[in-house]
Ligand binder design. Structure first.
Ligand SMILES: [Zn+2]
Length: 190
C-alpha cells in the first residue's frame, strides 16, 4: 500500500514537472469513470431492447444485425444519448483539472466522447476508433462526417416499439444509401 502511494506521488510530481503531456486512454478509463456496458445499469436502460433482441451486453449489442433501419436507429439513439451526450464524468473532469495548464494531447480508442464532454479541447483529441457523435455514409462514398446530436433527440422523441418512423431514417445525401455509425468496424470507416 505504501509503495502504491509513493508511485502515485511520483506520477503526480512527474506530471507537474512536464512541459508536454500525452494522454493515451482506452476502455478502462470510461469503466473506472462509471460508464457501464453490462450489469444493472445496462439491464435497466435497455430493458425493452434486451427483451426483444436478447442482448447480453452493450458492446456486443452494438454489432447486432438489425433487420431494419428503423430498429437500428432506435437502439443507437438510446446508446448515443446515454453514453455520448450525458453529464460529464467526474474522473475525466479531475484528469482535466490536472493537465489543463499543460500542453496536452489526447489519443484514445474510446468512442464515447467523454474527453470532449468533460471540457478537453476537441482540437487536442484524436479518437482513432471513431465517435458516437458522428454518422457517415455506410458505403463511404464520400468522407464527410455528420453530427447526429439533433437527429438523436428526434429519434428518441418518436421511438415506438423499439423503432423510429421511416421518415426519420438517415440517408446519405450523396449516394442516397444508408448511413452508419462512424466507428472502426470494417474497411469503410472514415
Ligand atoms: Zn453515400
Amino acid at each position: 500500500m505504501e509503495e502504491y502511494k509513493i508511485r502515485i506521488q511520483n506520477a503526480k510530481q512527474a506530471i507537474k514537472n512536464a512541459d508536454y503531456i500525452l494522454i493515451g486512454a482506452g476502455a478502462g478509463l470510461s469503466t473506472a469513470a462509471g460508464l457501464e456496458y453490462n450489469g444493472e445499469g445496462f439491464q435497466r436502460d435497455y430493458k425493452e431492447f434486451i427483451e426483444k433482441y436478447h442482448f447480453e451486453d452493450l458492446y456486443t449489442a452494438s454489432f447486432y444485425p438489425f433487420s431494419s433501419q428503423e430498429e437500428k436507429w432506435a437502439f443507437w439513439a438510446r446508446l448515443i444519448k446515454l453514453n455520448r451526450f450525458g453529464e460529464p464524468l467526474k474522473l475525466y473532469q479531475e484528469l482535466l483539472e490536472f493537465v489543463k495548464d499543460k500542453n496536452y494531447f489526447v489519443i484514445t480508442t474510446n468512442v464515447d466522447g467523454q474527453f470532449e464532454t468533460a471540457g478537453f479541447d476537441k482540437e487536442k483529441i484524436f479518437a482513432v476508433q471513431g465517435d458516437y457523435r458522428f454518422l457517415q455514409c455506410e458505403n463511404a462514398c464520400h468522407n464527410k462526417l455528420y453530427d447526429n446530436q439533433e437527429m438523436v433527440e428526434e429519434w428518441l422523441k418518436h421511438t415506438k416499439d423499439c423503432k423510429i418512423p421511416s421518415h426519420l431514417v438517415p440517408k446519405c445525401p450523396v449516394c442516397g444509401g444508408n448511413m452508419e455509425m462512424n466507428l472502426r468496424k470494417d474497411g469503410n470507416f472514415i
